[in-house]
Design a binder for this molecule. Structure first.
Ligand SMILES: Cc1cc2nc3c(=O)[nH]c(=O)nc-3n(C[C@H](O)[C@H](O)[C@H](O)COP(=O)(O)OP(=O)(O)OC[C@H]3O[C@@H](n4cnc5c(N)ncnc54)[C@H](O)[C@@H]3O)c2cc1C
Length: 378
């Protein structure tokens, strides 16, 4: 039977905020809580030291949504909701840039290009015709224009000759961002403990007893759940489905003919230059049901599909090998807006970051503080 020392048990009593999840959302929310309430003791718990958080398994796109995705979002929801989601992502990236600086994040200001297969030229025209409307809609967010038509020929890809450029987008080095956010949280006085899997909690009028898998109980005033794609494991009733994303990185390539980040197949496929390699991921539309899983494997079906896409569309006529393969779990729902709010008197949620949670994370962290302060209705 596991025993706990006096020191271990005393050391984690009297906590003001326990934050579950040391991803970008948990760490930045903890940082923002600590800076809003400097006397509060804020402790972040995660069951893994690494290799679980989507925050270290993503593609490193600093992006806000392609023109095609934005039109879909308007059709599915409304102009104002689509604009609001785009704005949160845009402001989120601006906040990361202001706080850490582009160099510390490895930000490459390449722009993000949406490309279309030749068979999709009709769809490309439809979206291109809508660009003046979209740029007008986004004027308050991006006065210099969110999108413009570009020529895809110089990329050497086997795609339709016109693409859509989003000049404010770019790529980051995911591990640099994570390190900056983690160091910042610690510098603000946030405590981070890993190997701590939360399984349940017991809420009373005086506090929350947070129960770990090993039987340990930590007493806190409040609990903030930042478990994103894993949320259903703790709170099955919350509308956040796990959605696996599979990612592959090639061996070093000679003369990669482009730099930048790219969106294709209505945003389902994404690829980018990564120094002298190519990163490619996505294609969840091959099997939505199969990818609704917590299992972090990669599958032959996705690897073959994406390898074929590279060899025929991205680098036509070449045959590349993948050297890195991994997957990560996103938190999804038909409603793409994050859930930020009180779940009960002492338990707050900041989950469901969708496919662009890097961009959303710093905005979400600040919203958590607004919710806690009572500035935002739920
Ligand atoms: C393959 C892939 C590619 C992506 N590409 C991009 C991109 O290019 N750009 C972009 O903006 N976004 C991208 N995303 C989305 C983005 O990475 C996520 O939305 C974001 O990282 C979510 O951060 P988070 O902190 O909410 O969750 P996570 O980073 O997933 O962190 C959640 C943490 O909670 C912990 N946890 C869960 N349950 C428990 C428990 N019971 N007890 C203790 N700890 C627990 C987990 O271990 C994990 O560390 C991508 C995601 C994936 C998977």
């Amino acid at each position: 039977m596991t025993t706990f020392s006096y020191w271990e048990q005393q050391g984690l009593q009297g906590v003001d905020w326990v934050v579950v999840g040391a991803g970008l959302v948990g760490l930045q929310s903890a940082r923002c809580l600590k800076s809003a309430f400097p006397d509060a003791r804020v402790v972040v718990l995660d069951d893994h030291a690494m290799s679980n958080a989507a925050s270290l398994r993503n593609a490193g796109f600093a992006c806000f949504g392609s023109a095609g995705e934005l039109l879909d979002e308007i059709n599915r929801t409304s102009e104002s909701e689509a604009l609001s989601l785009y704005e949160k992502r845009f402001l989120g990236i601006q906040r990361l840039m202001q706080r850490y600086g582009p160099d510390r994040l490895g930000f490459e200001s390449t722009g993000g290009m949406e490309v279309f297969s030749k068979a999709e030229s009709g769809n490309a025209h439809r979206i291109i015709e809508a660009l003046p409307y979209l740029n007008q809609l986004l004027l308050s967010v991006q006065p210099s224009g969110a999108f413009h038509v570009c020529d895809t020929l110089p990329t050497g890809m086997d795609v339709y000759e016109k693409g859509i450029m989003a000049p404010a987008e770019g790529g980051i080095q995911t591990h640099w961002l994570y390190r900056a956010v983690r160091e910042d949280a610690i510098a603000q006085g946030v405590e981070i403990y890993e190997g701590m899997r939360v399984v349940e909690w017991d809420e009373s009028s005086t506090g929350v007893a947070v129960i770990l898998e090993n039987g340990w109980s930590i007493s806190a005033q409040h609990l903030l759940i930042c478990t994103n794609g894993f949320t259903k494991q703790l709170l099955p009733e919350v509308s956040v489905a796990p959605a696996r994303g599979q990612v592959f990185v090639t061996a070093p390539l000679e003369d990669l003919p482009f730099r930048g980040i790219f969106h294709a197949d209505q945003g389902y496929i994404y690829f980018r230059s990564l120094e002298n390699r190519l990163l490619i991921g996505g294609a969840r539309n091959l099997d939505f049901a199969g990818e609704e899983t917590f299992d972090m494997s990669v599958t032959a079906q996705f690897e073959d599909h994406l390898q074929n896409y590279v060899n025929t569309v991205v680098l036509p006529g070449r045959s590349v090998d993948f050297e890195y393969r991994w997957s990560g779990i996103m938190g999804m729902d038909n409603n793409r807006n994050p859930i930020i709010g009180w779940h009960s008197n002492r338990v707050c949620l900041a989950v469901r970051m969708g496919g662009m949670g890097v961009a959303l994370s710093s905005w979400v962290a600040e919203e958590v503080v607004r919710v806690v302060r009572g500035d935002v209705g739920i």
